[in-house]
Write a protein that binds this ligand. Structure first.
Ligand SMILES: Nc1ncnc2c1ncn2[C@@H]1O[C@H](COP(=O)(O)OP(=O)(O)OP(=O)(O)O)[C@@H](O)[C@H]1O
Ligand SMILES: [Mg+2]
Length: 399
C-alpha cells in the first residue's frame, strides 16, 4: 500500500513465493534469481502430482535435460491437467516438438536458451507472473515507486536510479514508460547525465499543489530516452526554500497514478518532506561504496529510516563500483555485510569507461554501453525487485 499526501494506491507485482526447480544444474541460478522465495528442488514426476504433494508453487523452473523429451512432454501435459497450474520456465537449447506442444497447453510458459543468468530467470518470471491470478488473487496492475539515495556523496545513486528506470522499462512485460523523478531540486544531475534540458520550473505558479495533475506533469517532463520520462528541475540554489512539501508529495502522488513505475533520485540531505516521501515508496534503495566510511554511513542511514518509518519498506543496500582488482585494502563482501549489519541486496560492478562515456555522450549506460557490467548488474537488481514483494520487516540480519 502506498500513501502520498493521504492518497493510497495498491502496488507491486505478484511475487513468485514458491519456486519448484527441476534439474540440479539450475539450483544455483534459481536461488540467485528468486532470492526471497521458497525454492524447492524436485524430480520430473512431481509435475503430475503437484496438488497432492504440498503447496502448489507459483513457478516451476524445469531443465530440458531433466528427462528424455517424451517423458518431459508427458510430465508437462500432466501438469496442464492439475487443478492449479503454475507458470513454467523451461531451460532448453532445442526443445523437441512434443515438448513445445505440451508447453502450449500451459497458459503461462516460457523457454530460455542456456547459457542464462539469474536476471534472465527474474525477467521471464516477472513477465509470466505479471498478469497472473496467482493463488486466486485479483489481477493487479503493477505499480512501483522506488527511492534511491546515496549513503555518501558520489556513491552512485543517480547512476543507479537512471539505470534502474531504463531496466524496468525494458523488463516490464508491456514496456511501459517509466518516470524518473529527480528530487535533488537545487543541483540534480539526472538531466545532465541524460543530456537533456530539465523542464520542471520550481518557482512557477503552476506548481501549486492543487493544480498538479497528470496533464500538467506531462508538460513538465523531459523525454531523454525511449520509455523514460524525466521530472527534473533546472539548477537553482534556492529551490528547496521555494517549494512546499505538499507540492513534492503531490508530484509523487500524481506520478504514481500516471506511471506504472516511478524511480526517485532522493537528495541525501533530510528535507521536511523526506520521511513522507520515503514512507510512500515501496522500495528504498541505499547505494553505498565498498569503503568503511560509506558502509558505516549506509548502516546508519538504514537504521535511521527504519526508526523513522517503522511500518515502511525495509531499506535495501546496493554496493556500487565493486572492482575485480581493488587498490589498497578494501573490505571483502562478508566484511562489508558485517559493517552494514545486514546482507547487501545487490552489487554493481565498477566500469568507469562505460559510466564516463555515457554521461559525456548524454544517456543511460544501457544506451551507450549496453554490454557493460553496470547494465547487467542493475538489470538483475531490477528483475529481482520486480518479482519480489517489498519487505516491511527490519533488514535481514547477518549471522
Ligand atoms: N558502477 C560504476 N562504475 C564506475 N563509475 C560509476 C559507477 N557508478 C557511478 N559511477 C560514476 O561515479 C560518479 C558519481 O556517481 P553518481 O553521480 O551517480 O553518484 P551520486 O551518489 O548520485 O552523487 P551525488 O551525491 O553527487 O548525488 C559519476 O561520475 C558516475 O559516472
Ligand atoms: Mg546524485
Amino acid at each position: 500500500m502506498r500513501v502520498f499526501d493521504g492518497v493510497a494506491m495498491n502496488g507491486s507485482l505478484p511475487p513468485a513465493r514458491r519456486v519448484l526447480v527441476i534439474g540440479p544444474e539450475l539450483e544455483g541460478v534459481a536461488r540467485e534469481a528468486f532470492i526471497n522465495s521458497a525454492v524447492e528442488m524436485g524430480e520430473v514426476n512431481r509435475l503430475g502430482a503437484l496438488s497432492a504433494t504440498g503447496p502448489v508453487p507459483d513457478l516451476v523452473v524445469l531443465s530440458g535435460d531433466a528427462a528424455e523429451p517424451a517423458v518431459l512432454a508427458r510430465a508437462i501435459e500432466e501438469l496442464a491437467q492439475e487443478p492449479m497450474v503454475p507458470a513454467l520456465i523451461l531451460s532448453s537449447a532445442a526443445p523437441s516438438t512434443a515438448v513445445i506442444r505440451a508447453l502450449l497447453r500451459l497458459s503461462k510458459s516460457d523457454v530460455l536458451e542456456p547459457p542464462h543468468t539469474a536476471a534472465d530467470f527474474s525477467f521471464a518470471a516477472a513477465c509470466l507472473l505479471a498478469g497472473s491470478q496467482v493463488m486466486g488473487a485479483e489481477p493487479q496492475t503493477p505499480h512501483r515507486c522506488w527511492a534511491v539515495l546515496s549513503a555518501v556523496g558520489g556513491a552512485g545513486a543517480t547512476t543507479v536510479a537512471i539505470e534502474l528506470a531504463t531496466a524496468v522499462g525494458r523488463l516490464a512485460a508491456n514496456r511501459p514508460r517509466v518516470a524518473l523523478v529527480d528530487l535533488n531540486l537545487a543541483d540534480g544531475a539526472t538531466a545532465a547525465y541524460l543530456g537533456i534540458a530539465p523542464n520542471m520550473i520550481i518557482g512557477s505558479a503552476a506548481l501549486a499543489p492543487d493544480r498538479i495533475d497528470a496533464d500538467l506533469l506531462d508538460v513538465l517532463v523531459a523525454k531523454p530516452a525511449p520509455q523514460l520520462d524525466l521530472l527534473a528541475a533546472p539548477r537553482d540554489a534556492r529551490a528547496f526554500e521555494q517549494i512546499a512539501p505538499q507540492t513534492i508529495l503531490r508530484i509523487l502522488d500524481v506520478a504514481c497514478h500516471a506511471y506504472e513505475t516511478v524511480i526517485v533520485d532522493m537528495p541525501r540531505r533530510r528535507e521536511a518532506w523526506t520521511i513522507a516521501a520515503l514512507g510512500g515508496c515501496d522500495e528504498i534503495i541505499i547505494v553505498s561504496e565498498l569503503t568503511v566510511p560509506a558502509l558505516l554511513a549506509a548502516r546508519a542511514l538504514a537504521e535511521e529510516i527504519e526508526r523513522d518509518i517503522p511500518d515502511g519498506p525495509a531499506p535495501r543496500i546496493v554496493l556500487n563500483r565493486i572492482a575485480t582488482r581493488l587498490f589498497g585494502p578494501a573490505p571483502s563482501l562478508s566484511e562489508a555485510e558485517r559493517a552494514l549489519g545486514r546482507a547487501a541486496d545487490g552489487g554493481v560492478a565498477s566500469d568507469w569507461e562505460a559510466a564516463a562515456a555515457s554521461v559525456n555522450l548524454g544517456g543511460p549506460v544501457s544506451q551507450h554501453r549496453p554490454k557493460s557490467k553496470i547494465v547487467r548488474d542493475i538489470e538483475a537488481l531490477a528483475g529481482r525487485l520486480m518479482c519480489e514483494q517489498p519487505r516491511y520487516a527490519a533488514g535481514r540480519e547477518v549471522a
